[in-house]
Write a protein that binds this ligand. Structure first.
Ligand SMILES: [Zn+2]
Length: 279
């Protein structure tokens, strides 16, 4: 049988016991499991006791709670210290992820694939999603500055950082690329007949209920630009001409209105004629 001897109770109400129970046989002195080798426990020789007891403590619930609270506060203080230490070392940690000592990188914009060898030789590093980047701002290449906070997920409570999803980083990068302003300006006055040389950019179409009362009609939306970048739109069910996109054409039409479409100033034409450019 288990042999446990009460020793004393301290001022916190904690009771101390000396546990003499043999750890192998649990105090039984032997076991049927060991029948083949003789029933008796090797550890204690059949006494069921160990020579040196294990001292066990039994706390009062109140004192147990007090100890738990102390342990919790210790752990909390330790965690707070780790977070503080992490926060004091953020830039050094970010440097391990490839950022400069200020926590920045400079991502090369434009078509970097064409000049990748040149960039490599210039010391640029490569990372999928943002492609080529430098640790310093460049004179020779247009760059966008990204900070480590924009690129990395930061977990002070775990003392670590990790790269964000590439799509997330790309979105940040794209939001920082200055968008070139559309050069298009309004042309002519409403009602004015224009005779233009323009480039036919593209045609899109959509369906409307037919005038005939059944079926649908197809409306063509033709986009043209002149050399100055001014945008012209001709939208009509008869706006179908057989000229390849990208061709220069002579466009004659009457200004119907001027309207802004997603930041592009468009001159809307009607009653148009599209023909070959006279050379
Ligand atoms: Zn034993």
């Amino acid at each position: 049988m288990a042999k446990i001897v009460y020793l004393r109770t301290d001022k916190n109400g904690t009771k101390y016991y000396a546990n003499y129970t043999c750890p192998r046989c649990g105090g039984a002195g032997g076991s049927d499991k060991w029948a083949f080798t003789g029933w008796t426990c090797y550890e204690c020789g059949g006494t069921g006791e160990r020579p040196t007891p294990v001292i066990e403590k039994e706390y009062t619930p109140e004192y147990r709670a007090k100890l738990d609270e102390r342990a919790r506060k210790r752990a909390e203080a330790k965690r707070a210290k780790q977070v503080e230490e992490f926060n004091n070392n953020r830039l050094a940690i970010a440097e391990k992820y490839g950022f400069n000592p200020e926590g920045k990188i400079y991502v090369v914009t434009g078509n970097t694939y064409e000049i990748r060898e040149e960039l490599r030789e210039a010391g640029a590093k490569y990372r999928g999603g943002i492609n080529w980047y430098f640790l310093e701002k460049q004179d020779r290449y247009p760059t966008i500055e990204l900070s480590y906070e924009e690129c990395l997920n930061i977990y002070p409570e775990y003392g670590t950082m990790s790269w964000k999803d590439l799509t997330e980083v790309q979105a940040v990068l794209n939001s920082k690329i200055p968008t070139e302003e559309d050069p298009s300006q309004y042309v002519g006055q409403v009602g004015e007949r224009l005779d233009l040389v323009v480039t036919f950019k593209k045609r899109s179409t959509y369906e409307i209920p037919s005038y005939a009362g059944w079926g649908t009609d197809t409306v063509g939306i033709n986009v043209f630009r002149d050399d100055a970048g001014n945008c012209f739109i001709w939208k009509s069910t008869s706006a179908f001409f057989n000229i390849a996109e990208g061709s220069q054409v002579r466009l004659r039409g009457t200004v119907k209105e001027h309207s802004d479409y997603k930041g592009t100033k468009q001159t809307i034409l009607q009653r148009c004629k599209v023909g070959a450019v006279k050379l």
